[in-house]
Design a protein around this ligand. Structure first.
Ligand SMILES: [Zn+2]
Length: 405
């Protein structure tokens, strides 16, 4: 049984220190390097799909979350408010939507700007009970890949279909295993906002966007403000869970009195689509560490290439080659310490995708012998070609360690 907590410790990806608090993991340099590569990828994917990125603070005034409905419907899952003075209370936000509604409201909006896609990998907090916390899978501080897409009602179908396409693309690049789609609906005994007609309309729009897709229905799994599509994934142990969601919301545009000027000059209320392509960085990495057994695809491996000079004679050449690899954008290290065999074993233990051995012959010829993480050794080739091979695999975000063909 692969446990991301054990691998997280062994590969020095993150640490949970009781002094910092349960459910508040700290990302160590190796984990942070992998996460940074994934965040850059997600932002780039979103930017090319017309998303606009913002930054907003992880806490805000109590009134903001009263207006959004979070304090009314979600207070049990929030940290208690922090009082600065009698009329100044702040809360750690449980969601990014209230701030993104304020981005929409920052000035007057025209129908020409829609869909307006406000995206952020932002911090939010959940007051989870300490008994359920563990590693990265259940945490109290969450970094969510989030976006709120403000659309005209007639744009919702196309927008949701395009979001589902982006989710498939991101999952393929990361090596996430899809299990299927789930339409989460209202159920008995839960609290919901909004009227029946709105809920029926939202459910109808999501069903239409799922046309031609196999999905199951899950009554009672909707959020308090609207139905959603959950994209189910399978973990290393075969269990299903959710990281990506698409959710319709007629309620927050109402609460925040959001509007845009339509083509005929009239005021119209937008629909808000909450969506996450890959969920929170914490749950995503809990999943990725387990599903890959810590051996990430080269494009987000913490260290992509370790160079091993056979002895001190080759140290200068190894340093020079490392500089060239670093300039080409690769994450590279030179390991001098210990016997060659021990250094090769250490790189394998750290699941580094490429190891380059530099002996006297390689230095004399300007060549490099690459060993792949799976044990395969490649024939010596010009150093520039060896770096080019790694760059090509990284640029293609391939799951394989050799370029196709
Ligand atoms: Zn939201």
């Amino acid at each position: 049984m692969i446990d991301h907590r054990r691998l997280g410790r062994e590969l020095e990806l993150f640490v949970s220190d009781p002094l910092a608090g349960a459910g508040l993991p700290i990302w160590l340099p190796a984990g942070a390097a992998a996460r940074h590569a994934v965040e850059e990828y997600v932002r780039d994917l979103e930017r090319r799909a017309g998303y606009r990125h913002v930054y907003s603070p992880p806490l805000g005034k109590r009134e903001l979350f009263e207006l959004s409905g979070h304090l009314g419907y979600f207070a049990d899952d929030m940290f208690p408010p922090m009082r600065l003075s009698a009329d100044d209370e702040f809360v750690l936000r449980p969601a990014l939507c209230p701030h993104h509604a304020l981005v929409f409201r920052a000035r007057g909006r025209s129908y020409r700007e829609l869909p307006l896609r406000v995206a952020e990998i932002g911090g939010m907090y959940r007051a989870e009970r300490s008994g359920v916390l563990g590693g990265l899978s259940r945490v109290r501080a969450i970094s969510l890949n989030d976006s709120h897409n403000f659309c005209a009602l007639e744009q919702v179908g196309d927008e949701v279909r395009e979001i589902l396409r982006l989710i498939r693309e991101a999952h393929a690049a990361l090596g996430v295993r899809p299990a299927g789609f789930r339409l989460s609906l209202r159920g008995p005994g839960e609290k919901y906002v909004g009227d029946d007609a709105q809920w029926a309309r939202a459910e109808e729009l999501l069903r239409a966007a799922l046309d031609g897709v196999d999905f199951v229905e899950a009554p009672g799994e909707a959020a308090f403000y609207g139905p959603k599509i959950d994209i189910q994934i399978v973990d290393a142990a075969g269990r299903e869970s959710t990281i990506s969601t698409v959710q319709l919301d007629f309620d927050k545009p109402e609460r925040f009195d959001l509007s845009y000027t339509d083509a005929d000059g009239g005021r119209k209320r937008p629909v808000m689509v909450h969506r996450s392509l890959v969920g929170s960085m914490e749950r995503l990495f809990a999943y990725l560490i387990e599903v890959h057994g810590g051996a990430f695809p080269a494009w987000y491996a913490p260290v992509q290439l370790v160079l091993l000079p056979v002895d001190a004679e080759q140290a200068g050449a190894a340093g020079e080659l490392a500089r060239r690899a670093g300039d080409a954008g690769l994450r590279v290290e030179v390991d001098h310490a210990g016997s060659l065999g021990a250094r090769i074993r250490d790189a394998a233990r750290r699941k580094v995708p490429y190891v380059g051995v530099l002996g006297a012959r390689e230095v004399a010829e300007g060549s490099l012998s690459l060993r792949l993480r799976d044990g395969l050794g490649l024939d010596p080739r010009p150093a520039a070609d060896a770096l080019g091979l790694i760059e090509a695999v990284v640029a293609a975000r391939s799951a394989e360690l050799l370029p196709p063909g």
